[in-house]
Design a protein around this ligand. Structure first.
Ligand SMILES: Cc1ncc(COP(=O)(O)O)c(C=O)c1O
Length: 409
């Protein structure tokens, strides 16, 4: 058989690095700060609400295609309460199987082959696959390290727009860099989108993890409501990543287009979870600010540990990820490889810690080579142990030693 089995649009999208690194973590007993999921579940009352919904027979059969009305109404009220954005629960809110499906369905719905999509680089890995499946072309604009932060050069963004550009795929707070786009940056991006009549998908799954100042949805800028789809995630906001419930808000014609694609992907998902999340979105503000404050304390803990260990650290302004620069460590003589992917393969063995090489989020692998990403959505004792392990001299943990590590850590 000469023809490859995998559709050529997906060639090059092999097993993700997350699977490889998680296997390495299991085999070595390393602490896994690779994948972005919390090691404590979200609010108990929200879990109980799922149990109630299951028992009461709410959501056990196909929910409505757009999501249960209770959740759509709660999403609408959330956008109004936090951002003053008003969306009609009937037609301007769509519940999806995680943010991932919302983004993929939006890309499939809105793009034609030949269209160009601009994303910031580094980018969350599902963007490249979603754009590829739609047949459109990915164009990246780099966020470059600039002192303390990864910064967008707005002139470069402007220069990337061509007559074929159809859509900007934004992400703020940004994974993996931790950058939060400023009001000034968002205003310029909004002007650019209006000037060139571009659509915008704004991935705001870390909306409640902005550590300084407020989260600003680009949909709230002049001229943006009618051209922007905003994506949220219960996995990220309520620490239930396994439930895979997300939502998309936007003007009715945009949401209708996404719904058309989405109905042939999953149609619907997670009925009982939807009822519970309707309650979660109505939790008092103290839940959301408490979640942020807790994650800020974890950020401080891990950033201090990384600095002590000799990494360069880009303190994130948002998200639960921190990017570290391995060059200072390698320059100081630590016996670890000098490029991120090899460094991350060696680190579980030498120090018992798993991180993700940022190069996987880059088209320009050289640009990403010095950086690695750690997730800090873990219990303080796990972050403290990580810091201790990274400070210690390199050891040689044998692959297969995994069972000897403390599984409760
Ligand atoms: C930027 C970004 N968008 C989307 C997602 C996926 O969200 P969900 O689990 O709701 O599909 C993630 C998960 O890590 C993410 O980091």
């Amino acid at each position: 058989m000469t023809r490859p089995l995998l559709n050529q649009r997906l060639s090059g999208f092999g097993t993700t690095i997350f699977a490889e690194m998680s296997e390495l973590a299991a085999a070595t007993g390393a602490i896994n700060l690779g994948q972005g999921f919390p090691d404590t579940d979200g609010p108990a009352e929200v879990r109980e609400a799922v149990v109630r919904a299951l028992r009461d027979g709410r959501g056990n059969q196909y929910p409505p295609a757009a999501g249960v009305p209770e959740l759509r109404t709660a999403v609408s009220a959330h956008q109004e309460h936090w951002y003053g954005l008003s969306y009609d629960p009937d037609g301007e809110v769509l519940v999806t199987a995680g943010a991932t499906e919302g983004i993929a369905a939006a890309l499939l719905a809105l793009l034609e082959p030949g269209d160009e999509v601009i994303t910031l680089e580094p980018y969350y890995d599902s963007y490249a696959a979603g754009i590829a499946m739609s047949g459109a072309t990915r164009v990246t604009v780099p966020l470059r390290p600039d002192g303390q932060r990864f910064t967008l050069d707005l002139a470069e963004l402007r220069a990337a727009v061509t007559p074929r550009t159809r859509l900007l795929l934004l992400n703020t707070p940004h994974n993996p860099s931790g950058t939060v786009l400023t009001r000034g940056e968002l205003a310029e991006i909004a002007e650019l989108a209006c000037e060139h009549d571009l659509l915008v998908i704004s991935d705001e799954v870390y909306e409640h993890l902005v550590f300084d100042g407020d989260h600003l949805p680009i949909a709230s800028f002049p001229g943006m409501r009618e051209r922007t789809l905003t994506v949220g995630s219960a996995g990220k906001t309520f620490s239930f990543t396994g439930w895979k419930i997300g939502w998309v808000t936007g003007a009715e014609p945009l949401v209708r287009a996404v719904r058309t694609a989405k109905q042939y992907l999953t149609y619907v998902s997670g009925g009982p979870f939807q009822y519970a999340l309707a309650e979660a979105l109505r939790l008092p503000d103290s839940y959301f600010t408490g979640f942020r404050d807790d994650m800020r304390a974890k950020r401080e803990l891990l950033c201090a540990g990384l600095r002590d260990a000799g990494f360069g650290v880009f303190v994130p302004q948002g998200t639960y990820f921190v990017t570290a620069d391995i060059r200072p460590l390698v320059a100081a003589g630590v016996e670890l490889p000098s490029n991120g992917p090899d460094f991350c393969r060696a680190l579980p063995v030498s120090h018992g810690v798993v991180a993700i090489p940022s190069a996987v989020f880059y088209d320009d692998k050289e640009a990403g080579a010095p950086f690695i990403r750690f997730a800090f959505c873990k219990r303080p004792e796990v972050l403290a142990e990580t810091a201790d392990r990274l400070r210690a001299p390199a050891q040689s943990r044998r692959v297969g030693d995994g069972s000897s590590s403390d599984p409760e850590l």
